[in-house]
Design a protein around this ligand. Structure first.
Ligand SMILES: Cc1cc2nc3c(=O)[nH]c(=O)nc-3n(C[C@H](O)[C@H](O)[C@H](O)COP(=O)(O)O)c2cc1C
Length: 355
């Protein structure tokens, strides 16, 4: 397996960066279950200069478990990106990943995200300047192109390769496609054939199961497989990919509970407080917010299990840690697979899908 910069990873499976999902607690679980790499969600280069409590939330990581720590930046100006990467390095980043796939207009109109697909020389300059300023390995994550008429992934690979990119991840849909249709894995195969062993190719898109991942490697020759939606509510996918078993009910319950508690602590520590409150009121507010922001994870964990919709309805009315813990223990302890549940698609708000 080709290393990423100086890092020889323990296997080929990578958690995809997902805004609002791959925060520290979820990344840690993915690593524990076997993921070899789990980049942060996209972090604004401009935001890094202000280091608000919001930005700090994105920067926090577990230095014992998250090794190597890959931090994803977005921005359009090479010098700003380079300065931001220096700050990211000070906060512990060992790999800088550049978002070149975010389809959101607010981002692309500043020339960032998939806007960089329309200006490959600026994309190359970003890689070059970050490398020069930090000495860190720089990776990039692209889509196949802006739209069906401009699928320039091979040209992007040439330019980024010449700039010294340490790995290239590709989500093979165009910016115009958003999340519709199927990921076109032939793009990954073409890319791998084109770059050979010059740097590793990370294939991404629609890997939901172990056979999907095996098929992606076999049919595209990609060096690494990146999994996003397939890991929602299912961090065990990494264990399964390495030959491990599906979780037992006890394991599932233990992990969901642990994730929930870690999420509460994480979100309380990262919360922005606009007003001065007595400690107990502040703690109550933090708890409520953490309970609410964990709902989507609970929905994903329940996906495909008997009684999932009743459980979701209950969780959506829960307003305290105790209520959630009671409900989740009750639900997951005897959970069984619902063979009549609709396959695949997790409930997801694609406005938050930023790559
Ligand atoms: C909720 C969500 C948030 C995402 N946020 C990011 C992000 O911050 N940076 C990024 O490069 N891609 C982001 N993506 C895209 C994923 O990394 C990945 O490319 C995409 O989901 C396709 O892979 P999958 O089929 O395995 O989910 C996001 C996707 C989702 C679903």
């Amino acid at each position: 397996m080709l290393p990423i910069g100086p890092y020889t990873l323990k296997n080929r499976f990578v958690l995809a960066p997902m805004a609002g999902v791959s925060e520290m607690p979820f990344r840690v679980l993915a690593f524990e279950q076997g993921a070899a790499l789990a980049p942060t969600e996209l972090i604004s280069a401009q935001g890094l200069f202000r280091i608000s409590s919001r930005t700090l939330r994105y920067l926090r990581y577990d230095e014992k478990i998250e090794r190597p720590y890959s931090l994803q930046l977005f921005g359009g100006e090479p010098d700003v990106m380079a300065k931001a990467a220096v700050i990211a390095k000070q906060y512990g980043a060992q790999i800088i990943d550049i978002n070149m796939g975010c389809p959101v207009k607010k981002v692309t109109k500043t020339g960032a995200g998939s806007g960089l697909l329309c200006d490959s020389s600026r994309a190359g300059e970003i890689v070059r300047q970050i490398k020069a300023a930090t000495g860190l390995p720089v990776t990039a994550k692209i889509r196949s192109g802006w739209d069906a008429n401009q699928k320039n992934f091979l040209q992007m690979a040439d330019v980024l390769g010449a700039a010294g990119v340490a790995a290239l991840a590709v989500h093979p849909r165009t910016r115009a496609q958003g999340y519709s249709g199927k990921a076109d894995w032939s793009v990954i195969a073409e890319l791998k054939k084109h770059v050979g062993n010059a740097f590793p190719i990370i294939g991404n898109g629609d890997v939901k199961t172990v056979p999907d991942a095996v098929r992606m490697v076999e049919t595209t020759g990609c060096d690494y497989v990146m999994i996003g939606r397939g890991a929602l509510g299912n961090p065990w996918i990494f264990r399964e990919l390495l030959g491990g078993a599906k979780p037992t009910n006890a394991e599932r319950m233990e992990l969901v509970l642990r994730h929930f508690r870690q999420h509460l602590t994480f979100s309380a520590e990262a919360r922005v407080h606009r007003e001065e409150l007595p400690p107990e009121q502040r703690a109550a507010k933090d708890e409520l917010q953490g309970v609410h922001s964990f709902r989507s994870h609970l929905g994903w964990y329940a996906h495909g299990l008997h009684g999932a919709s009743v459980f979701r309805a209950k969780i959506n009315h829960a307003n305290s840690k105790k209520e959630v813990e009671d409900a989740l223990e009750q639900f997951f302890v005897g959970a069984s697979t619902d063979l009549t549940a609709p396959e695949g698609e997790q409930e997801l708000d694609y406005r938050t899908a930023l790559g």
